[in-house]
Design a protein around this ligand. Structure first.
Ligand SMILES: *[C@@H]1O[C@H](CO)[C@@H](O)[C@H](O)[C@H]1NC(C)=O
Ligand SMILES: *[C@@H]1O[C@H](CO)[C@@H](O)[C@H](O)[C@H]1NC(C)=O
Length: 418
């Protein structure tokens, strides 16, 4: 059976369930709106927020944030694929303008920031090409086509590190850390993962090229914030297959299929990965060996990128693909109960020992990757983030009913609402 493994495309469907409608509405006159377009690699998604403002013009409590529904969903293709059709960009953006004008009351439109932030897909383009696209977007926003508020810094390609910082803002805003008037509350560290990269951020860290001073309201926060490219779930699967097929101690079955310790009993498939075509894999699960290979591939070498990654400490929450994977292997019990690193390792081992037919019956699309992903997440926490077995982390998709991602933090920060 020949299957083309299409990297990010299919993935984003799986990761990005459409956001729900949250919060409560307000009839107060001190209300403002903000619009953010998340311009990802395979499409763009619009988020419209309504905020109830305090007397200082800021948002002081997450209960004053409402994410409004819009009917667009993901608009394809990604903005990054429109390099050679700059005129199309206007048509493309018009869909968002029309929908936003329908949602935001007329008298609020000129004071509503229209923010466009591009992520991984755009970062893959040469800078000159990014500029062509983003300049066109700016021109359109500045023109009279749209009634919304335009600001130069609100239309840009953000780095993985900025994604990490915005995710940190989201969580710490929801928890009231950023808005507490009295003594400062203990902050949360964040772990985020997509198809292509993985991010982490925590407070109270100095003395690294990856530390950043973040000013929010009257306070300064010294953050460690970092994104690791090629360490998201989709990339890890491809990288693992390439690594395995080049491993000097690999063994093959009687049909010449390479035995993979990170896939289930009864599983076999032929993959095309990058330039290599036809990597034949057969599952022979062995979590110890699977973890050794992951370590050799990612962590057991100089220049792995994790040399100057500090140990992640304190209160931590892991979301997005972390949540999906840890949930699929059966380690998430409920959102308000943290799990230990040891429990994640144990659940991954148990999941991998299931026959493939059982896994397939439950999750036909992604079940086959989850054994590798479970062991990868465990090794990332242990070797990459240096957590002891007993370390507890919260693993959740939402917090107080709000989806966890970089989006809300980016809106609050860019619209200067904190
Ligand atoms: C936000 O408001 C709710 C009730 O409206 C309150 O219970 C909660 O403590 C407030 N949170 C913060 C961080 O002030
Ligand atoms: C291959 O196996 C030999 C013998 O067990 C071992 O010494 C060597 O380190 C292995 N190589 C790799 C790359 O795992």
């Amino acid at each position: 059976m020949m299957v083309r493994f299409v990297l990010l495309l299919a993935f984003l469907f799986w990761l990005q369930a459409p956001p729900g409608c949250h919060g409560r509405s307000s009839s107060s006159p001190d209300v403002s709106y903000s619009i953010l377009i998340d311009a990802g690699s395979t499409g763009s998604r619009m988020y419209v927020y309504k905020f109830k403002l305090g007397s200082d013009g800021k948002v002081n409590n997450v209960s004053d944030v409402e994410e409004l529904d819009n009917s667009l969903g993901k608009v394809k293709p990604g903005l990054s694929s429109m390099l050679n059709e700059p005129d199309e960009i206007e048509v493309y953006l018009q869909k968002f303008f029309d929908e936003a004008e329908r949602i935001v009351p007329k008298d609020k439109q000129s004071s509503t920031p229209f923010i466009v932030l591009a992520t991984a897909g755009m970062r893959l383009l040469p800078e000159a090409d990014q500029d062509v696209i983003m300049t066109k977007v700016k021109e359109i926003l500045k023109s009279r086509t749209t009634p919304f508020l335009y600001k130069d810094g609100n239309v840009k390609v953000i780095s993985g590190k900025e994604e990490a910082i915005f995710a940190w803002i989201t969580v710490n805003f929801i928890q009231g850390v950023l808005t507490s008037q009295k003594k400062q509350k203990v902050s949360w560290g964040v772990l985020d993962m997509g198809g292509a990269s993985t991010q982490n951020a925590m407070h109270r860290y100095r003395g690294s090229p990856h530390s950043t001073n973040l000013k929010v309201g009257q306070r300064n926060y010294q953050l460690f914030a970092r994104s690791y490219l090629d360490m998201g779930v989709a990339r890890i699967h491809d990288r693992f297959l390439e690594f395995l097929s080049a491993w000097e101690n690999k063994t093959v079955d009687y049909e010449g299929y390479i035995k993979s310790p990170c896939h289930h009993e009864g599983y076999d498939e032929v993959f095309d990965v990058g330039a290599e075509s036809g990597i034949d894999i057969v599952g022979e699960p062995n979590s110890d060996l699977c973890r050794k290979l992951i370590d050799d591939m990612l962590f057991n070498k100089v220049g792995s990128g994790f040399d100057d990654q500090p140990q992640l400490k304190g209160k931590l929450v892991a979301f997005s693909a972390f949540h999906t994977v840890i949930d699929r292997i059966g380690a998430v019990v409920c959102d308000d109960k943290p799990v230990t690193v040891e429990q994640i390792g144990c659940a991954a081992r148990k999941f991998c020992s299931k026959p493939y037919k059982v896994v397939k019956a439950i999750d036909e699309g992604y079940g086959k990757f989850t054994c590798l992903w479970g062991n990868y997440v465990y090794e990332l926490l242990r070797q990459g983030y240096k957590m002891p077995q007993s370390k507890k982390i919260f693993v959740q998709k939402e917090m107080k009913g709000y989806s966890l991602s970089w989006i809300m933090g980016a809106v609050l920060y860019k619209a200067e609402l904190l």
